[in-house]
Design a protein around this ligand. Structure first.
Ligand SMILES: Cc1cc2nc3c(=O)[nH]c(=O)nc-3n(C[C@H](O)[C@H](O)[C@H](O)COP(=O)(O)OP(=O)(O)OC[C@H]3O[C@@H](n4cnc5c(N)ncnc54)[C@H](O)[C@@H]3O)c2cc1C
Length: 419
């Protein structure tokens, strides 16, 4: 198991680093599998890992149309938190934080999970009340939350503008100490390697182009590398959900695809050691181990499948950043990119059996699915293996939209009504 031990590093350095075992194999697709997972993002790979590890189901293929990490798993701002308002959200996301805490050991791969805390800044007494209410809800459901006053915030984030002339004065902040960040592509690689070691076939450059049906039942997929039969087909394609489900004849889902951008600055000396979010608009920022500030803001605000964004949101995010941290005004932006979000209409995810027999669906992550990666994979694997949801994802099945029992997470969730 200790593939990256100090001894093996030395041994491979000695032989010119030529004989490393690939992190995952490059198998040819087999004609049939017990489970085919469409989408090799974080959620698809985590599902494969937990299917093999928790349920002993290893005759599994993950089909990815590009390369691992080409989707949102490699494009996000890496924030992990469970600071929600509703009990069902807190329990689900807190379970995820617990899985994160042991993930490096579980995968034997350093996913660089750093529990540096997430601080939500409040800018008015009304917003402070709202955040304190959410903190109490978190604590009530077993989560962790601490209210910080202005002095404590000044000590924790010295770069913040807390002066009387600040455009958005800070009145306090809700800190979740166990929240933090992780290394996004290491998460994809770690899950991929762990699933591969248990016998899962990870097949890159294999786009699903259609579904094979026997009447209503899904019995396989057609792909750019041939037809593959499967007892169960699980779809976890994030922003491509609408397009892929249309291939199965599902024309209408409570999902919209939106662009979200991320930004990285040039490297700075250590500047901020927690994640800071802005309550006067929509901004979240942290500093990576390489020194770059990693940050993002609002969606671009129109439906799209393009993995790139537009200048008005760049300008808006930069102005929010400078309003909070005027000292950063002359820092240069190094990189930016976009990802396609699967926005559900109540802001909560969907982890469900169906909507057709033989099919399973994982979607609706909006701009917050990275933190959910382990819990989503764990619950989706359970749902696929047992043909019913686990109590943790029972509130997140697709039929809630028909039954009218929505999980409308306005606390700290996505806000589809604004887009
Ligand atoms: C800019 C940005 C910032 C974000 N910041 C955060 C954050 O700070 N915290 C947080 O919790 N979340 C964040 N998110 C959200 C998070 O990244 C996503 O919710 C999550 O990664 C989605 O799940 P995934 O990893 O499985 O998606 P993806 O990595 O997108 O995986 C889906 C895969 O399906 C593949 N696919 C699509 N169609 C097909 C097909 N026909 N056949 C085969 N494969 C197919 C795609 O190529 C893709 O690789 C952010 C997202 C973006 C874009």
């Amino acid at each position: 198991m200790a593939e990256y031990s100090a001894l093996s590093l030395l041994k491979h350095a000695w032989s010119g680093n030529r004989d490393w075992r690939p992190a995952w194999r490059k198998p040819e697709p087999k004609p049939s599998y017990d489970v085919v997972i469409v989408g090799g993002g974080g959620h698809g790979l985590a599902t494969a890992h937990y299917l093999a590890k928790e349920h002993g189901i290893t005759n599994v293929a993950v089909l990815e149309k590009g390369w691992l990490g080409s989707g949102n798993i490699g494009r996000n701002t890496t924030i992990v938190r469970s600071n929600y308002l509703l009990g069902e959200s807190i329990r689900f996301y807190d379970f995820s934080v617990k899985l994160w805490e042991d993930l490096a050991q579980d995968l034997n791969y350093n996913v660089m999970f750093s529990q540096r805390g997430v601080l939500n800044l409040a800018h008015s007494p009304g917003q402070a009340d709202d955040f304190i209410r959410r903190g109490n809800a978190m604590r009530h459901d077993g989560g962790d939350a601490v209210w910080l006053n202005r002095d404590a915030i000044a000590r924790k984030v010295p770069g913040l503008d807390l002066s009387g002339s600040a455009r958005f004065p800070v009145v306090g902040g809700l800190l979740q100490p166990r929240a933090g960040t992780a290394r996004h592509d290491a998460v994809a690689w770690g899950f991929a390697r762990a699933a591969d070691r248990r016998g899962v076939d990870i097949i890159e450059n294999c786009e699903v182009t259609g579904f094979v049906r026997d009447g209503e039942r899904i019995t396989g997929v057609t792909t750019t590398r041939g037809e593959i039969a499967a007892k169960k087909v699980a779809v976890a394609v994030a922003g491509s959900t609408g397009r892929v489900m249309k291939l199965a004849g599902i024309e209408r889902l409570p999902i919209e695809s939106h662009v979200l951008q991320a930004f990285v600055s040039e490297a700075l000396k250590p500047f901020v050691d927690t994640v800071v979010t802005f309550g006067g608009g929509h901004l979240y920022m942290s500093q990576s181990d390489k020194g770059g500030l990693v940050f993002g803001g609002n969606l671009d605000g129109y439906n799209s499948y393009a993995q790139r964004g537009n200048l008005p949101v760049v300008e808006e995010v930069m102005s929010e950043m400078v309003a909070l941290f005027p000292g950063l005004a002359r820092v240069r932006l190094l990189r930016s990119w976009g990802g396609v979000m699967d926005m559900s209409m109540d802001g909560s995810p969907i982890i469900t059996t169906g909507p057709l027999p033989g099919m399973y669906l994982n979607t609706g992550w909006c701009y917050g699915g990275f933190k959910a990666t382990p819990a989503s994979g764990w619950c989706f694997a359970w749902t696929i293996a047992k043909d019913e949801p686990h109590p943790l994802n029972a509130p997140f099945t697709l039929d809630r939209f028909q039954r009218g029992i929505l999980t409308d997470e306005k606390g700290q969730g996505a806000t589809p009504q604004l887009h």
